[in-house]
Design a binder for this molecule. Structure first.
Ligand code: AMP
Length: 441
């Protein structure tokens, strides 16, 4: 029989790597808590219409990449429903905001999530069909100040703090640009954007025939996407196209200026990237992306986000301006692993506090009871088996733990243990009553 494997584009995350995932998530949770965010957990699958309406039918995510299926009706009273594994989490959070009438509190909602997302993309390093995102959303009724540029800057400053705390360096001359870089843009309000798109369409009309086939199509269906084109021959043409900044109205210009001033005040570095329009349709005004030239190859976008002032209404909800981001957790881990390889961060090896080696089957029960007590006092402990030879016990213990604790007949009788510390080679006798304290040091 052929063996079964994880399907293409998905993978198992195993220890010890999962320890790094947990550390990253714990750091994110701690930072989010300091900024007043609470956790939201929305379902992994939703009504397909949520993404069609929320993310946009014309986007690559919705038109090509969703895992969608027709859910069979289980009873005559039920209707078959089209369901989709979530390709992103913002639409789900906004749906939940509307469903639970969070806006009625009048309060600003600050929500974060950590979880898997699904997109049928071509798998490669840093790009998977099931991947994890750590994200957050700030939204609320207009009276809660959700539209304020202060919120955009706060979210960006929080991200800079999180990356700092994870010891991912900022790009600088000193590190040859091998750090994170924040690219920032404003795509304007829902009234600015149509004017810009019309200008873009007009400017593309005489040149589109000379562009790549994708751009020829995009020029018709979704001209903004032309700005994402990576084909080298198209770049001079794209550089000559009108810039969104020239089409922002007074309010959008002022909003963007306020974001930049607040970032300057907080010491968060950024680069204005006029072509940053992002792949999802719901963005308005501020859009951003953090890239990192470390361990990610061509998939160097570490996280992305932006403001989505009209999304709630697109989903049939009340006016609820908001801003959010999603970090690619898989890519964050790859970045940290690359930094560890270069020696600039250490990924702590998680060794157990002690390994208990019973000298014979007669000490197995005592060994397990001792392990139970030590574990209850907060120590991490592994227990061997009395049938193991002493040499095997030492080899195993050295791989797994910082210390080995030998438990023979005498030790059980006297309550005095022999403990060896591998790092120093010291071997000492320790009274049972002092064992816990000794192992904690
Ligand atoms: P998006 O939701 O497209 O704005 O993506 C936000 C972030 O999620 C990106 O910057 C990536 O870091 C990450 N991401 C998106 N798609 C994938 C994928 N297929 N595999 C791994 N990470 C992804």
């Amino acid at each position: 029989m052929s063996t079964l494997k994880a399907v293409r584009g998905t993978r198992d995350l195993l220890p010890p790597e999962t320890a790094l995932w947990n550390r990253v998530e714990a750091t994110a949770r701690a930072v989010f808590a300091r900024y007043g965010f609470g956790e939201i957990r929305t379902p992994v699958f939703e009504d397909t219409q949520l993404f069609v309406r929320g993310v946009g039918e014309e986007t690559d995510v919705v038109s090509k990449e969703m895992y969608t299926w027709e859910d069979r009706a289980r009873a005559a009273s039920e209707k078959a429903q089209s369901l989709t594994l979530r390709p992103e989490n913002t639409a789900g959070v906004v749906r939940s905001y509307i469903e639970h009438k969070m806006g009625d509190t009048g309060m600003l909602q600050k929500l974060f999530y950590i979880g898997p997302q699904f997109r049928r993309e071509r798998p490669q390093r840093g790009r998977y069909r099931q991947f994890w995102q750590i994200g957050a959303e700030v939204l609320g009724p207009q009276s809660s100040g959700a539209e304020s540029a202060l919120r955009d800057a706060e979210v960006l400053e929080m991200l800079a703090t999180l990356l700092d705390e994870l010891a991912i360096p900022r790009a600088s001359e000193a590190n040859d640009g091998k750090g994170w870089r924040l690219a920032l843009n404003s795509v304007g309000s829902s009234t600015d954007r149509p004017r810009y798109i019309a200008a873009l369409k007009a400017a593309l009309e005489p040149v589109k025939a000379t562009m790549c086939v994708d751009c020829q199509r995009r020029a018709e269906t979704n001209p903004l996407r032309v700005l994402d084109c990576k084909v080298p021959e198209d770049q001079p043409i794209i550089d000559g196209l009108p810039k969104i900044a020239e089409y922002l109205d007074e309010a959008s210009t002022a909003h963007f200026a306020e974001v930049k001033a607040a970032l300057d005040a907080c010491g968060v570095p950024y680069v204005i990237e006029p072509r940053l329009v992002r792949g999802l349709d719901y963005y308005t005004r501020t859009t951003f992306e953090f890239t990192v030239a470390l361990g990610l190859g061509t998939q160097n976008a570490l996280l992305g986000g932006g403001r989505y002032d009209g999304l709630s209404e697109m989903l049939g909800g009340p006016k609820a301006p908001g801003i959010g981001f999603a970090i690619g957790e898989d890519r964050l881990i790859l970045t940290l692993q690359a930094l560890a390889e270069a020696g600039s961060v250490t990924i702590a090896e998680s060794k157990l506090d002690a390994y208990i080696a019973p000298m014979g089957a007669g000490q197995n029960a005592a060994a397990l009871a001792l392990a139970k007590d030590l574990r209850a006092s907060g120590l991490s402990v592994e227990v061997g088996d009395g049938s193991f030879r002493l040499k095997k016990s030492f080899e195993l213990a050295d791989k797994l733990a910082r210390r080995i604790l030998i438990l023979g007949e005498d030790e059980v009788a006297t309550g005095v243990m022999t403990v060896k510390t591998f790092a120093t080679g010291d071997q000492v006798k320790v009274e049972r009553a002092e064992l816990g304290e000794f192992l904690k040091n």
